[in-house]
Design a protein around this ligand. Sequence first.
Ligand code: A2R
Length: 315
Amino acid sequence: MKKALIIGAAGFVGSYLIDHIQKNCIWSITVTKMEHERISQTGVGIRDLDILDYSQVAALLKDVRPDYIFHLAAQSSVELSWQNPGMTVDVNIKGSLNVLNGIFELDYKPRILLIGSGEEYGRVKESEIPIIEDNAVRPGNLYAVTKVCQNMIGSIYAQAYGMQIMMVRAFNHIGPNQTPQFVVSDFCKQIAEIENGSQEPVVRVGNLGARRDFTDVRDIVRAYVLLIEKGVPGELYNVGSGQAVSIREILDKIIQFSDTPVSVEIDPAKMRPVDVHVIEADITKLKKCTGWFPVIPLETTLEETLDYWRRELLK
Ligand code: A2R
């Protein structure tokens, strides 16, 4: 039986990845979390791990000896990367390097998926849409810089040491259980709060003109599992829907799922210092390699995320 290790499994993506593997793969699963975090799923081995502590990383890898490693642990918020650049650099670059160095020390070569971001492409020109993997990267924020760096290190390690590392640039992923620091979750939470009377009927928004490529997190984790089995070491794959949608369209769709009248107000605090107008993935390479394509409609994800917040606010 193959052994999968998910590093940083207590976050948004981790719980969905655990569910997907449990339902679809005959693998044993070990997951890691930070000491302060909780993982409620059963049937998995749960270990505490701070990826900034190399000795912990090396010991865990030697003990678990995984065949497949999904490296999800990250400081994943663009907003927080402006507020705490040092921590973002530490976790996303030094932490990833610790993981790769620990794997390098093993006496066999597991397959590894490094998760980067569509944000890496940054200031994309209109003529470059949809974006292929070979496009120039012009990151527009510190989070994106750290993910470019992580993926470059992955590529170098794959080339130099023959490690079986696949790199991903994941575009915006959304779904129930995402923290409200991400736009879709933020809007759904606000609408649910307006519905239950705890917020005045005004949705506060940032840049509505930006266009992003949104995919349901359950489609995303399905792509990750396919890539860890079928991806070519040293290669980088976009994972997204291949379809950019404006933040305004997203907001309008969410508002339509509610009977409560709302108005929309720009909140300067929600405008990011540098924003990129349009990000849309070309997913041809991923499709060719794995046969994957997204199946969950955007409307379904938005409605389920709104319902999630309605339930959360009842607690
Ligand atoms: O920051 P926390 O306490 O929420 O913990 C996050 C964890 N993490 C760490 N794990 C081990 N050692 C560290 N030094 C460390 N610092 C942070 O990684 C969190 O539990 C997990 C990442 O989960 P999320 O922030 O919810 O990200 P998500 O949406 O699951 O994305 C997974 C990957 C990341 O590489 C993103 O950059 C990419 O997909 O889009």
